[in-house]
Design a protein around this ligand. Structure first.
Ligand SMILES: Nc1nc2c(ncn2[C@@H]2O[C@H](COP(=O)(O)OP(=O)(O)OP(=O)(O)O)[C@@H](O)[C@H]2O)c(=O)[nH]1
Ligand SMILES: C[S@@+](CC[C@H](N)C(=O)[O-])C[C@H]1O[C@@H](n2cnc3c(N)ncnc32)[C@H](O)[C@@H]1O
Ligand code: SF4
Ligand code: SF4
Length: 326
């Protein structure tokens, strides 16, 4: 079956699958008032997820990231990992989590086939962590990161959204933390979403400020590897860990886009900031629908635009990133 390619020649081998919109945190840049259900949610069932993964794998998807909301809130989270692991063609199974269940479940997930974990940790100061996430769970998440390293995860990525006036002075703490740990800390530039224009204007900070500090302290830019995500990575001979910068407002950020998203209710999002989701769920009900599903995917790829429109403040239907998993 042929690989998914868009009209700009970009190939899609990475699926970000959201499995729930629900979240138990209240991150100030994402769900400041907590998760509010819109009607009765009906998220993809395990059998629908299996069919979806099979179809994506047959058109070249090799990596699946399970995200949310908070994906680990799903009771069948381990079964979802297993389903991905059992799908022929899927080579890497990853998740992005706020980490609150890592301490108790890291080993179980590793044994089910999960190999990459990205944990959100916006501050290394417990009080500021609580101020940003609305939860007093700093120590629990930290223990979870240690548990994941012990369980066999080789390198863990930490996501910190760069927030002017909140965590913009935390770089030294992060640097000393990863001196002796195989951890990649990635600073993500705050992205504007439908719910957050005022917040964006108050807190957005360019990743270039971090870049200048790193270069001045002997960190150097590591050449990107084929499997790298959108981060620009920096390393230092005295540090085991690395620093990454995700700068979606930088020039050419989208030129290497290799990812598609499916929402928790089974809609294909061609871009994180798409104007509309494409229903796939009607074609996830029976194994006999696989060919039709694959054709829909190929057709839709022609609609994918060259880049997002964030520079013009156009955020599409993405009210907050919990609705599609970042
Ligand atoms: N604008 C934009 N931001 C992205 C994209 N992919 C990831 N990000 C941002 O980076 C954040 C962290 O992403 P992760 O879920 O950790 O995944 P990743 O950076 O793709 O990680 P790897 O697969 O490990 O490279 C996301 O929540 C987004 O905020 C993308 O395609 N476009
Ligand atoms: C939406 S969350 C979903 C997974 C999980 N709940 C977590 O927090 O890791 C995925 C990532 O999106 C990031 N994120 C959320 N809103 C963002 C925004 N407005 N700008 C940049 N990153 C954002 C979070 O920091 C997190 O690392
Ligand atoms: S960033 Fe993740 S943990 Fe924080 S509110 Fe959004 S979905 Fe929840
Ligand atoms: S913003 Fe859209 S086009 Fe750009 S890298 Fe992200 S998903 Fe791809």
């Amino acid at each position: 079956m042929s690989q998914l390619v868009d009209d700009f020649g970009r190939k899609y081998s990475y699926l970000r699958l959201s499995v729930t919109d629900v979240c138990n945190f209240k991150c100030s840049y994402c769900l400041p008032d907590g998760y509010k259900p819109e009607g009765k949610p009906s998220f993809l069932r395990l059998d629908e997820i299996q069919r979806l993964l099979r179809a994506f794998a047959s058109v070249g998807t090799q990596k699946v990231r399970i995200t949310g909301g908070e994906p680990t809130l799903r009771k069948d989270f381990t079964d979802i990992i297993r389903a991905a692991n059992d799908t022929k063609g899927i080579k890497t199974i990853a998740t992005t989590t706020n980490g609150y269940r890592l301490e108790t479940h890291a080993k179980e997930w590793f044994d089910a086939g999960l190999r990459r974990i990205n944990v959100s940790m916006d501050s290394l100061d417990p009080r500021q962590f609580q101020q940003i996430t609305g939860e007093n769970k700093f120590h629990q998440v930290m223990r979870g990161i240690d548990a994941a390293l012990e369980a066999g995860f080789k390198r863990i990525k930490i996501n910190a959204v760069l927030l002017k006036g909140l965590n913009d002075n935390d770089l030294p703490k992060f640097l000393s933390w990863l001196k002796t740990r195989p951890i990649d800390v990635r600073f993500i530039e705050l992205m504007e979403t439908g719910l957050g224009r005022d917040y964006f204007q108050e807190h957005h900070l360019s990743g270039n400020t971090i870049k200048a500090k790193l270069l001045a302290q002997g960190w150097f830019h590591q050449l990107p590897q084929a499997t790298d995500g959108p981060a620009i990575n920096f390393c230092h001979p005295d540090h085991q860990g690395r620093i990454g910068l995700i700068m979606p407002y930088s020039k050419d950020f989208c030129s290497t886009c290799n990812r598609l998203r499916v929402s928790a209710t089974g809609k294909l999002h061609l871009c994180l900031f798409t104007e509309a989701g494409v229903v796939l769920r009607d074609l996830l009900q029976d194994d006999n629908q696989q060919q039709e599903l694959i054709e829909r995917l190929h057709q839709q790829l022609h609609q994918k635009k060259a880049t997002h429109d964030l520079h013009h403040g156009i955020t599409g239907i993405t009210k907050h990133l919990a609705s599609i998993g970042g």
